[in-house]
Design a protein around this ligand. Structure first.
Ligand code: SF4
Ligand code: SF4
Length: 477
């Protein structure tokens, strides 16, 4: 099923959707000229001001991209606060300028030019490239360059704190405070979801009480947290409010939030004071019920992979590596993501899988081994969603060494998208001119035929359908 099939109603979900009239041509209610209940709410294809459905949706994509950009910008600024320098601050100002300019662009009666809408979207993408590079470099400046590590999965003991989110800085501060209080042999700290890559960073893994990983992607929080006897922390998106699931024991009295994250009834960690969290953890029973022998591998930051560049180039030139696959992105509940596990399972032994973000939990339990005849791992986990820039750095370095364009490399890209961080990552890739990307599990609701046709023609962007149809040729190489 392609996006056009979905949008033109040639699949079951689209038919159900059209029966419920849930696909307005556009929706905008931002100014006083709005039609009753919003321009487009009753099927209009053009707003009172003359904004078309396509331009309305392009402006929506800009705003969604800005939301993802804002999240990365905030994480980057937190790190910069600790280590300010003029070059990084200049980058931050450039990103902020793009944010304000783009918001201005979406104001009523500012711009009705299609090409300029696309150009503005690419500007947002370029800001995404900058901010991901900034975040990545500040993570490595603060915590060192990650190296591969095998960690326990679903195995825990003693008093435990379980942390979900993306904020590595918070994790370091907590570990330092536990150590300062002389409690490192009494409290163990575990990661969940997008915190898994923490184990690869030298400044974090040196803490012996940073033990292992529990659970998978963000949306198993209610299940995992309710079974966890210790305390839990959610330090960024993606969170699941405990009350959403009445079936599981409520753990809100053991739940802490950090900075912008908020949950009714949970305790906020104020001004980096981790003592209430530590004290409650000490008062709770030891963690039980997590005694698996599974392990996971993480820590293949792009800077580490680039140190393997000579071996990788030799393997490409000698035919030992035939293709790279970027199978990455955001995991989400619902149907359709089995596709990505099936794809990873079908990738031949002389192909390498590069991943990032929480979508990796769809297949990171598989032991992919090494490329035959080499020591190069077949599974490379670049890190969190913001570390997706690493795939670009690797591709550019390999393309440069081989003297070819990045779109001429033997690379296939299948991305899961969930929310607005994925939107800014996709815009970043498009702004770099990277083609032939497949996205899924399903088509975004904010794209219409015009936009899809444009992206398909310009970038060969596709929505996943059937593995054989999408990638049969590449899998047969
Ligand atoms: S900006 Fe245009 S499309 Fe939006 S509510 Fe106003 S008149 Fe309608
Ligand atoms: S990778 Fe995406 S879906 Fe997963 S936790 Fe991060 S932002 Fe959320």
């Amino acid at each position: 099923m392609g996006l056009l099939d979905f949008l033109t109603g040639n699949d079951k979900a689209a038919k159900e959707c059209s029966q419920k009239d849930c696909h307005p041509k556009m929706f905008c209610y931002q100014c006083e000229m709005s039609m009753p209940e919003g321009c487009g709410a009753h099927g209009q294809e053009i707003g009172t001001c003359g904004k078309t459905a396509t331009k309305s949706r392009l402006q929506d994509i800009m705003v969604f991209g800005l939301k993802g950009l804002a999240a990365y910008r905030e994480h980057a600024r937190e790190l910069l606060d600790m280590n300010p320098n003029s070059e990084d601050l200049k980058t931050l100002i450039e990103v902020d300028d793009t944010m304000s300019e783009t918001l201005y662009f979406t104001l009523t009666n500012v711009n009705f030019n299609f090409d300029e809408h696309i150009a503005q979207l690419m500007k947002v993408g370029q800001a995404g490239v900058k901010v991901m590079d900034l975040l990545s470099s500040n993570h490595t400046k603060a915590l060192g360059v990650p190296t591969p590590v095998t960690v326990t999965q679903n195995k825990a003991e003693g008093k435990g704190i379980l942390i979900s989110g993306h904020n590595l800085d918070m994790l370091e501060k907590l570990l330092k405070r536990i150590e300062e209080r002389g409690l490192a042999d009494k409290i163990n700290v575990y990661t969940h979801s997008e915190m898994l890559p923490a184990h690869g960073y030298p400044a974090l893994r040196k803490f012996k009480n940073l033990k292992g990983n529990i659970g998978k992607a963000w949306f198993d929080q209610t299940d995992v947290f309710s079974k966890w006897n210790g305390t839990c922390v959610v330090n960024t998106n993606c969170i699941v409010p405990p009350e959403k699931s009445k079936k599981v024991a409520n753990y809100v009295d053991r739940l802490y939030t950090y900075k912008i994250v908020g949950i009714e009834g949970a305790k906020k960690i104020e001004n980096d004071n981790f003592d209430p969290l530590i004290d409650q953890t000490l008062s709770l029973p030891d963690v039980t019920g997590f005694d698996s022998d599974e392990t996971l591998v993480t820590g293949h930051h792009y800077e580490t992979i680039l140190t393997l560049a000579p071996q990788i180039l030799e393997a490409i030139n000698s035919g030992k590596i035939k293709r790279f696959w970027v199978i990455a992105g955001c995991d989400a509940p619902g149907h359709g993501r089995d596709y990505f596990r099936e794809l990873a399972e079908k990738v031949p032994a002389d192909h390498v899988i590069i991943t990032s973000s929480c979508g990796k939990f769809r297949f990171n339990d598989i032991d992919f081994g090494t490329v035959p005849g080499t020591d190069i791992p077949r599974y490379l986990d670049l890190g969190q969603c913001n570390d997706s820039n690493g795939a670009v750095h690797i591709a550019l370095a390999v393309a440069d060494a081989l003297g070819v364009g990045v779109n001429d490399l033997p690379v296939s890209i299948a991305l899961m998208w969930m929310e607005q961080k994925a939107v800014i990552i996709l815009l970043a890739l498009l702004s770099l001119g990277i083609n032939d990307i497949y996205i899924g599990a399903k088509a975004p609701q904010f794209v219409n035929d015009d936009i899809y046709n444009f992206l398909h023609e310009q970038f060969n962007l596709n929505v996943i359908s059937d593995i054989e149809k999408d990638f049969g040729k590449e899998l047969a190489e």
